[in-house]
Structure formats: C-alpha cells, structure tokens
Design a binder for this molecule. Structure first.
Ligand SMILES: Nc1nc(=O)c2c([nH]1)NC[C@@H]1CN(c3ccc(C(=O)N[C@@H](CCC(=O)O)C(=O)O)cc3)C=[N+]21
Ligand SMILES: [Mg+2]
Length: 319
C-alpha cells in the first residue's frame, strides 16, 4: 500500500482501477545510481586528461548557510563526489543568522577566484535572506546550478544564445531518458510541479526535445485526467505518493524527482525516503520508472560535476 499526505492536488478519490493495474506487467527500473556512476567515471577520466595536458583541475565552491541536516548531508555527498572525480572542492559554511552581505562577500570572492569554476549556493537559504539577490550575484560563467535568471531566460528562448548551464536535476532527468533510449520527440510530457529549480526548467528542456508539454500544479483542476494523457511524466512536487496508479497511462515512462522522508520507526534513520509517485502501483502500469532513492538524486550530483567540468573546459579552452 502506498501511504501519503492529503494534498491540494488530490481533490477526488479514485475508486476505479485501470485494466493494466490488475495485469502482471512490470516496469523497467531506470537505474539512476548506475548511470550516474558511469557518467562520473567518464567525467573523472576527462578531468585526468585535462590535468595531464593543462595542469588545471576544475574547482567547485559550495556555500552552505545554516544547519539544516538534509542540506549538510547533500553538501557532504557533493564534496565526496567531487573528490572522487578529481574536482577540487571549496566550502564556505556560514551560521544561520548570517547577513545577506556576508553571503554576498563569499560569492564575490569565489567569483574572482580563477581556481573556482563553479559556485553552488545550497538551497533553501534561511528565510531572512533574499534568494533572488543572492543567486543573481553568482557570475553566470560559474553558475553551475543554472539558476541565474540569464541562464534560465536563455533556456526559455530558442534560436538565440544558449544557456551556459542547464539546471542539474532536470538535465539529469533528460539524460536518463536518453541513456535508456526513450523517445521524447512528439511525445506528450506532463511535468507535475512548477518550481524554479526543477518543474519549470524540466518543462523547458522537454520542449527543447520536441515533446508536447503540460504542467500540473497545485491549482490545476483535473490533474489526474491530464497526467493520464502523458507518455512521459516528470514529477517534482515533494508530496509523498501523490501520483497514484490511476494517474498513469499504461506504458508511460515515469521520472520521479521527489525525495520525501516519511516516518518509519522500523528503519534505522527513523524515516524512509519515498518519491512523489506511488511506486508499487506505478510499477504495474508504467513501462519504465525511476526508483527513490537510486533514481534522479544521484543524477543531480553527476550533472553538477558535469557542469563544473564544462565550465573549466570553457574558460581554459580545453576541448
Ligand atoms: N543549489 C542547490 N542545488 C541543488 O542541486 C540542490 C539544492 N540546492 N538543494 C537541495 C536539492 C536536493 N538535491 C539532491 C541531490 C542529490 C540527492 C541524492 O543523491 N539522493 C540519493 C540519496 C538519498 C539519501 O539516501 O539520502 C538518492 O536519491 O538516491 C538528493 C537531492 C540537490 N539540491
Ligand atoms: Mg533539485
């Protein structure tokens, strides 16, 4: 059984099961962890080739403000992944009650430091800070998260200057589709969630891949009906198990970005991670699905390393 919260997306209850739900079909599990490992290995060998020929190694600076446990874990994992790939990592840790100016000062130092090719400001920032002010301060040439408005604007406009970086999580989703040989062109794609860091850029990327894209959000009137038209669903809502089997067209491909902790006294950490999609139900209906954990999460980190390498190659004219 899939447990979940009552969300504003879910306005009706579902009593009918689709035919596919009762049959014995099983989806392909899209193994993000192993694809991410493969990509990280590719990056590591590119970095050693770069180091041998130019003597330069890519550098990534991470700015962490406050003491959220999840953020500290993510930052630690990014640091480990950098070391494994041969990227030099720099870290600025600031207390929760720091001022915006203090954060901006670190950004400015990293902006001016030629050994830093990428700057990541871990989100969310403390509530008293203006995220926009801070993200805008990152030089676009070092914006490896792809969150600067100029990079997002360029992502939205086609046939003009290309963005210098594409946001890591959506880029990882598309990369998974490509590596599993899943056609996007002409397909109906539905993105669930419209956040600046995942949903919105995911929709833009799918459009660039020639999908026909709809976005479902908290005010959408008939989300289930719209989702059920999708050949490809990318879900990024942060609502555990919100997407039921009844939302899924038989044979659809499901990319589940949600990483939601749900209380579980039986597990050693006291919680269990679940996606936005009711995995058990979806497995019986979808043709392919990403698990949580082990799906999109590891790809996000792989894409961050990839963007950092792209940045270093670009400044040093290394092909
Ligand atoms: N400026 C910024 N850029 C980000 O890219 C960014 C951020 N802020 N804030 C938080 C979110 C979240 N995020 C994740 C990265 C990796 C995993 C990941 O590797 N997850 C593993 C392990 C999960 C676990 O066991 O804890 C998995 O899904 O298999 C998850 C989540 C990046 N984010
Ligand atoms: Mg993300």
């Amino acid at each position: 059984m899939c447990i979940g919260v009552i969300s504003t997306y879910r306005r009706r209850s579902f009593t009918t099961l689709t035919a596919a739900m009762t049959s014995e079909t099983t989806a392909t599990i899209i193994d993000g962890k192993s694809v991410a490992k493969q990509i990280k290995d590719e990056i590591a060998s590119e970095i050693s080739r770069m180091k041998e020929t130019t003597g330069i190694v890519p550098g990534l600076a991470v700015i962490l403000v406050g003491d959220r446990k999840d953020s500290a874990t993510y930052v630690r994992n990014k640091k480990k992944a950098c070391e494994a790939a041969g990227i030099k990592s720099y870290e600025a840790k600031l207390p929760e009650d720091s001022t915006e100016e203090e954060v901006l000062k670190f950004i400015s130092e990293f902006n001016d430091d030629p050994s830093v090719h990428g700057i990541l400001v871990q989100l969310p920032l403390p509530r008293h800070m203006n995220e926009e002010t801070i993200l805008n301060a990152v030089r676009i040439e070092k914006d490896v998260d792809g969150f600067h408005p100029l990079n997002i604007g360029r992502l939205a406009m086609r046939g003009r200057q290309e963005p210098l970086f594409v946001p890591c999580t959506p880029k990882g989703c598309i990369e998974l589709l490509h590596r599993y040989g899943i056609d996007i062109k002409g397909k109906r794609a539905v993105v669930i969630g419209r956040s600046n860091i995942v949903g919105m850029p995911a929709a833009l990327l799918l459009q660039r891949e020639d999908a026909t894209v709809s976005i479902i959000h908290s005010r959408t009137k008939n989300p289930e009906e719209i989702a059920r038209q999708a050949d490809i669903i990318i879900s990024a809502t942060g609502q555990p198990n919100m997407v039921k089997g009844s939302w899924i067209k038989p044979g659809a491909v499901i990319i589940d970005v949600g990483i939601n902790p749900v209380d579980d006294p039986a597990s050693p950490r006291g919680y269990q991670l679940v996606g936005d999609v009711c995995y058990e139900e979806a497995c019986k209906i979808a043709s392919a699905i990403t698990p949580v954990p082990g799906g999109v999460g590891p790809m996000t980190i792989a894409m961050l390393l990839s963007n950092t390498l792209i940045s270093a190659k670009r400044v040093h004219n290394f092909e």
